[in-house]
Structure formats: C-alpha cells, structure tokens
Design a protein around this ligand. Structure first.
Ligand SMILES: Nc1ncnc2c1ncn2[C@@H]1O[C@H](COP(=O)(O)OP(=O)(O)O)[C@@H](O)[C@H]1O
Ligand SMILES: [Mg+2]
Length: 506
C-alpha cells in the first residue's frame, strides 16, 4: 500500500519554519483576495503544484475557461499529466450519474440517493439564482414532488431516467385542482390524464393478477373465494407493496400537489422541470446522462484528477448545476472511502468557489479530515458567500461554514468586511503605547511621557490593502496573511505573513 505521511510538510512558515503539513491540508483551506490580488497565480498555483507533486488525487471545478489550461500546465510540471481526466463537451469522458447511483446503493437506498442528489443541487441552484432564503414550505413541496416523481417512475418503468422524470413532472404540472362545481366525470378525466399513471396502474393490476394466481396455485381457489373483502385486501397489500405505494403517489398528485396554490406550484415545478430540462440537453445529456460511465469519483483514490471543463462563465446555470451535482456525488463517494485500505489524499478544488456551495458543505467539511479530503476554496470575499450560500441574512451560516476550513489565506483586498474578518480572526495583542501629557507648572511647560499597554489589532484591516499582488511591478511576488487554527506561528500566535512567487516551480 502506498504510504502518505500526515506530517509531511507542504509549506514552511515564518522564521521558525513551522511546517504546514498534509494533515493541515485535510482541515481545509480558504483563500480570499480581491480581483487580481494573486489568489489564482500565487497561493492557488502554489498549493495546486504541491498537492499534485505529493500524489494527491482530486476534483477540480471550473468557472473560467483558462482553468483547464492552468491545470494541464500544473499536471505537466508535476509529472501528473497522465492522471488528468478532463470532462468536457466533445471529449471522451462520460459519467452516467443515475447508473452510478444504482451500482452504489441497494434498491431501497437508490431512490433515496437520487432524491438527495436532485434535491441538493436544485436547492443550491435556486438559492444562487434567487437568493431564496430557506422557505420551508417551498422546500417541502419540492422534496415531495421529486420524491413522488421518482417513485412513480420506478413503479411504472422499473427504472429512473431523466426523460421519465421530466415527463412525469411536466404532466404533474398540468393538473388542476378539481373544482367543486364541476361534475365528477370531468374530475376523473383530469386525474386520469398523464399516461404514466395508466402504465403504473397496469403494473399494479398485473401484480394483483399474479398475486391472485400465486395464491390459488398455493392454497387453491377455495381459499380465495372464502376470504372476506378485508382479508382479501390485506392479502393483496401484503403480496404487492406496489399497490399501497401507488395509492400514496396518486394521492400526492391528485390532492396534495394539485391543491397547492398556483404560485407555489409553478415555482416548485419550474425549479424541478427546469433543472431536468437542462440535463436533457447536450452537452450535459451526453456527458452525464446517456453514455455509460468510463470514469467514476473513485478514480481519484487511484490518483486521478478529474477536471470538469464546463466553466460557469461560459455555460452559466447548467455549468454550475452539473458541477454542483458532480461535486456532491464525489463528496459522498470520498466519504465512503476506507482510509485504512487506501491512504491517498484527495483534494476538492474550486476557484471562485461561491458558485459551487450547497447546503451540506458545512456538514461534509466536518468529516473531510478523517476521509483525507483537502478542500481548497478560493473566493474574493465573504459577501460573495452570503449571496450564494445562505441568502442575505445567512451571516451565521457562512461564518460557521468558514470555521470548518481551518487555514485561511488573505490576499490584498478592498472588501471591508473580509479585511475586518481577517483582522479580528488574527486577533489582538497588547502593545506598548506611549502617551504624552503636557502641563504648565509655574509658567513652565512640562511633558510627562507614560508607556502603557494597549490592546490593539495585530494586523489592522487597512493593512490588507498594502499586500503585494504580483506581476512585473512586484517582481512576481505576492504577499498574504495566513491564519491556521491551532498552529503556533509568529510569536506564538496562529498567523504569519507569507510570500508566494508567481514563478514557483516544484
Ligand atoms: N503567470 C503570471 N505571471 C505573471 N503575472 C501574472 C500571471 N498570472 C496573473 N498575473 C498577474 O498577477 C496578478 C494576480 O493575478 P491572479 O492570480 O489571476 O489574481 P486573482 O486570482 O486573485 O484574481 C494580476 O495582476 C495578473 O495580471
Ligand atoms: Mg483568480
């Protein structure tokens, strides 16, 4: 088995050269800095090259089109070019997420897993689009729609496909709440509309037929005819759990869902069918839905680096949805790993990371350490996270999430809130402050100097405006403050000023 030592240094910090190790990398890294401050070409590049040269596998999500080229360069510089798996339109790599979930779950957890994936992605997507702030009613309705759609697809077609889900969800949206004053015939027609219900009903009826035949074969016709209605129904429900399920599903679509207000229904429906529609279109359909997989998240445990080249700047919503989806599936796969059998570290890389956050990130981050997952999130500032993670009032949620990434690197920044946050995080110390007191005694001015300790910020917020941002004018030097929870760095505090070179080679 390949050995990877947790104490292996990645970076040495300050005059005491304190090692920041592989172990530290698994506790997460957050890089902040204004546009052009050196996040990508300074600290980002440095850590990427280090992780690659230490043999990490990983997942890279992309926002800008040039990220692919950067990673090809990084991989070549570290002898890892053959480990790169680039997933992109017109490429040769496919991942069929529904198939993948089938082979990684039993029958019962299968639909549960798909539900979880779809729910997480759609919610993250909606939150980013509308800044929707956890409306429990909306969430609940969406959960139920996805769940019943999946169940109906399984019941009618014995499988889940994006096409079926889309068709079912679309026809569900055409339901109208049955009007009290309409005659019952119209109600019935309305309910019977989507063909999928007919197919499901056929499945259930065939099941009933078979259950009856089986019972007759086993106990004889007499037995059946002697059963009273109640006992007969019980026998059927016991023999074909489908029947019971079908009742629930019908009840949901005919009543619960149909009775939602038009507004709620249209929001929920639009989120779900909109998402499915984006999956059904190429290039996403070919990449993630229709072709058999020729790579999986588990390849990263063998040292592969998967890069999803669907940059958000170019592919917009669908690029983001798909990458969040793959990220979430990947995270769950990495959590399932057994580090006793395979120690290889993996990284999760996201530049402009605010694009890819979802509601389980904080929870997941808490277990990342034991699964040897080194998360690297790069973003300009904290308000970016508010807007994409938790709505405008989500300060608490974002701050607690940031708490799960133990090391933070702060580059030059003009964002007041981020600088304030960095300054507060780095902390205060007592500094000797000299004060002068003047007094006039007998016409003479006397000056009394006193030196008193004063509590002051070790790094004042405005200092972050003065850091070096690389390029010719700075001889390609980039400076930043690093804060690593629990480490003893400058004067025993947990921070130090560090420097990156844009020309660094490992
Ligand atoms: N490879 C490079 N060599 C020299 N300068 C670069 C290189 N890449 C970017 N720069 C310059 O260095 C500065 C930092 O860029 P970059 O790392 O892309 O910033 P950020 O990712 O924080 O927006 C910018 O002024 C940019 O023009
Ligand atoms: Mg950048």
């Amino acid at each position: 088995m390949l050995r990877f030592d947790l104490d292996e240094p990645i970076l040495k910090i300050g005059k005491n050269q304190v090692p920041w190790t592989m172990g530290n990398s698994f506790e997460g890294l957050q890089i902040f800095g204004g546009i052009g401050s050196g996040k990508t070409s300074g600290s980002g590049r440095f850590f990427a090259l280090k992780y690659l040269s230490k043999g990490y596998g990983g997942l890279v999500l992309t926002v800008k089109s040039d990220e692919k080229q950067d990673w090809i360069e990084y991989a070549k510089l570290t002898g890892r070019y053959n480990d790169l798996i680039i997933v992109e339109p017109k490429g040769s790599k496919y991942f069929n997420f529904l198939d993948y979930e089938t082979t990684h779950s039993n029958k019962k957890s299968y639909s549960e897993n798909i539900l979880q994936v779809l729910k997480t992605v759609i919610k993250a997507s909606e939150e980013k689009a509308t800044g929707k702030n956890n409306d429990p009613f909306w969430e609940n309705a969406l959960d139920m729609l996805i769940s019943n759609t999946i169940d109906l697809s399984l019941l009618a077609y014995n499988k889940i496909s994006i096409e079926h889900l889309y068709d079912i969800a679309r026809s569900a949206s055409r339901y109208k709440k049955p009007q009290e004053n309409k005659d019952s015939k119209e109600k019935k027609e309305n309910k019977a509309k989507p063909p999928v219900f007919k197919i499901a009903l056929d499945v259930v009826e065939k099941g009933i037929q078979k259950a009856i035949e089986d019972t007759i074969a086993e106990f004889g016709r007499e037995y059946i005819t002697n059963l009273d209605q109640k006992a007969f129904d019980e026998l059927l429900l016991k023999k074909i759990p489908h029947a019971r399920e079908f009742n629930y599903i019908q009840e949901f679509f005919n009543e619960t869902y149909a009775e939602l207000s038009e507004k709620t229904k249209s929001i929920v429906d639009f989120s779900f069918t909109g998402f499915l529609y984006r999956l059904l279109k190429d290039p996403i359909y070919s990449l993630f839905c229709s072709n058999p997989s020729n790579f999986t998240p588990e390849d990263c445990l063998k040292g592969k680096i998967i890069l999803i080249n669907l940059p958000v700047k170019h592919y917009h919503k669908v690029g983001r949805d798909t990458q969040i989806m793959f990220k979430y599936i990947w995270q769950r796969a990495m959590e399932r790993r057994n580090v006793r059998e395979n120690e290889r570290p993996v990284f999760l890389w996201a530049d402009e990371a605010q694009n890819f956050l979802h509601e389980y990130d904080a929870e997941y981050q808490a277990t990342a350490r034991s699964s040897r997952i080194a998360t690297v999130y790069i973003s300009q500032n904290i308000p970016n996270y508010y807007a994409n993670m938790a709505g405008v009032n989500g300060e608490y949620k974002v701050k607690s999430f940031l708490g799960t990434l133990a090391t933070k690197v702060f580059h030059a920044n003009a964002d007041i809130e981020t600088n304030q946050f960095a300054s507060t995080l780095i902390g205060e110390e007592y500094r000797a402050e000299e004060t002068e007191a003047r007094s006039i005694v007998d016409g003479q001015v006397t000056v009394t100097k006193t030196i008193a300790p004063k509590l002051d910020k070790m790094v004042r917020p405005e200092v972050f405006n003065t850091l070096l941002t690389g390029g010719n004018k700075n001889q390609f030097k980039i400076t930043a403050y690093l804060h690593a929870q629990g480490m003893k760095l400058r004067d025993g505090f947990s921070y130090d000023k560090i420097r990156f070179d844009q020309n660094f080679v490992p």
